[in-house]
Design a protein around this ligand. Structure first.
Ligand SMILES: NC(=O)c1ccc[n+]([C@@H]2O[C@H](COP(=O)([O-])OP(=O)(O)OC[C@H]3O[C@@H](n4cnc5c(N)ncnc54)[C@H](O)[C@@H]3O)[C@@H](O)[C@H]2O)c1
Length: 353
C-alpha cells in the first residue's frame, strides 16, 4: 500500500529509518507518531527525565517503532542505538529556559555535550542528516523585530539559549567538516496536545490548586509568538523535503504575538474562572526571559508553509488537553530529571534490532 502523509499527499518520508532523540517528550512523541504514520521506521531514545511513557502508548504498539531507554550522555549506548538508522531528529534537551541559573551545568551537559555525542554517534554510524530543534531564545535581547535568521549576531541572555546556540555552531561545523546536512529550527513556544511545560502549564496547575488566584512572573506584558505543535511539525517536515542547502536554518512561529495577559484571559475563559491576578513585577519573569520574542518567518513561508492555528486556538486546545489529562500534573511533579536515577544500561522495547 502506498503511504500517504497526514495531509493526504504522497509521502517523501516513507522508508526513512529515523532516529528521534527525546521521543517521549511533548514534541518528540508527536513527531514520532507523525513519522510512523508517514511510513518511517523510528528508533526513539529517551531517558524519561521529563518524557512521559504515556506519550508513547500509540507508538509502542507500532511494528515500526523501537524505544531505547538511555541517556545521550552515555555515548556507547547512544552509538549502538543509532545503528541502522539514516536520519537523526535531535529533540532531547533540557527544555526548561527558566531554571538555568539554578543549575548552570545542566544546559551545557544536556544540550551542548549531548548534541556533541549525537554528532559523534552519527559520524561513527555514517549518518549525515540531522534535524535539530533550537530556540528563538538564541536571539537573546533582539534589536530587530520581527527577528530574521540573519539578525545581528545575538547577545545571549540565558544559559539555555547559549547552550542551544553552541549546538547550532557544532552542527554547522560538522556539516562543513564531515559533509553533514542539517535543518535547524529556532522555535517559539510550542503549544498543543501533550504540552507539559511552560507558562500555560504553570497557570493551569496553579488554578487547579487555587482557582481564585494566579501569580504571574513579571508584569504580564511580556509579548511572544507561539505555535501549534502540528503546525511546527508540518514546517519541520516540509523544510526537510524542500530545503537543500548544507545548513538550513529556519525560524518557526506564527506571524503575530500576544501578551501573557492575553493568554490569562483565554485560559480563564476556557476554564470559566475569574482569578485575582498578582504580578511579581518587572518587565521579565526571570533572568533571561526576553520580554519580546517575535521571529521573522518569511523564510519558512517562502517554502509554502502556513500555520493553521492562531495563538488563541492553540491555547484553547492546550487547555482542553490539560483538562482531559490531569495525570500530567502529578507525573510532572514526580519525574523531575534531577531525582531520576541515571540510566546505566539501555533498555529496549518494540521491534527487534
Ligand atoms: N516546547 C517548546 O515550547 C520549545 C520551544 C523551543 C525549543 N524547544 C526544543 O524542542 C525540543 C523538544 O522540547 P519539548 O518541549 O518536547 O521538551 P520535553 O522536555 O517534553 O522533551 C525533551 C525529551 O528529551 C528527553 N531527554 C532530555 N535529556 C535527555 C538525555 N540526556 N538523554 C535522553 N533523553 C533526554 C526528556 O526525557 C524528554 O522526553 C527541545 O530540544 C527543546 O529545547 C521546545
Amino acid at each position: 500500500m502506498t503511504e500517504t502523509s497526514m495531509s493526504g499527499q504522497p509521502n517523501e518520508f516513507t522508508g526513512m529509518r529515523a532516529f528521534v532523540t527525546g521521543c517521549a517528550g511533548f514534541i518528540g512523541s508527536t513527531l514520532t507518531d507523525r513519522l510512523l504514520s508517514s511510513g518511517c521506521t523510528v528508533v526513539g531514545i529517551d531517558n524519561f527525565s521529563t518524557g512521559q511513557p504515556r506519550f508513547l502508548d500509540s507508538a509502542a504498539k507500532h511494528p515500526r517503532f523501537r524505544l531505547v531507554e538511555a541517556d545521550l550522555l552515555n555515548a556507547g549506548a547512544l552509538q549502538a542505538a543509532m545503528r541502522g538508522t539514516d536520519c537523526v531528529f535531535h529533540l532531547a534537551a533540557n527544555a526548561d529556559v527558566r531554571l538555568g541559573t539554578e543549575h548552570p551545568r545542566k544546559d551545557l551537559e544536556q544540550n551542548t555535550v549531548a548534541t556533541f555525542n549525537v554528532l559523534e554517534s552519527m559520524r561513527a554510524n555514517g549518518i549525515r542528516r540531522i534535524a535539530f530543534t533550537s530556540t528563538a531564545s538564541v536571539y537573546g535581547e533582539a534589536t530587530v523585530f520581527p527577528t530574521p535568521e540573519d539578525a545581528p549576531f545575538p547577545v545571549q541572555t540565558s544559559l539555555y539559549g547559549a547552550s542551544k546556540l553552541a549546538c547550532e555552531g557544532l552542527i554547522a561545523a560538522y556539516c562543513e567538516g564531515f559533509a553533514f546536512q542539517s535543518w535547524i529550527f529556532r522555535l517559539v513556544s510550542i503549544l498543543g496536545e501533550r504540552y507539559s511545560h511552560g507558562h500555560v502549564f504553570d497557570f493551569c496547575k496553579q488554578l487547579r490548586s487555587h482557582p481564585t488566584t494566579l501569580t504571574v512572573l513579571g508584569n504580564g506584558r511580556q509579548r511572544k509568538s507561539y505555535l501549534y505543535v502540528q503546525d511546527c511539525l508540518d514546517a519541520v517536515l516540509l523544510a526537510m523535503s524542500r530545503a537543500t542547502a548544507r545548513v538550513n536554518l529556519f525560524n518557526l512561529g506564527v506571524d503575530s504575538t500576544c501578551e501573557v495577559n492575553d493568554s490569562i484571559g483565554w485560559i480563564s475563559a476556557a476554564l470559566d474562572l475569574s482569578p485575582q491576578v498578582t504580578y511579581t513585577g518587572g518587565d521579565r519573569g526571570w533572568a533571561g526571559d526576553n520580554p519580546f520574542i517575535y521571529p521573522d518567518t518569511t523564510r519558512i513561508r517562502a517554502l509554502g508553509w502556513r500555520p493553521k492555528l492562531g495563538i488563541d486556538e492553540c491555547i484553547r486546545r492546550t487547555i482542553a488537553f490539560l483538562h482531559d489529562n490531569p495525570w500530567i500534573f502529578e507525573r510532572k511533579d514526580s519525574n523531575s530529571g534531577a531525582q531520576r536515577p541515571p540510566v546505566v544500561e539501555p533498555i529496549c522495547m518494540g521491534m527487534p534490532r
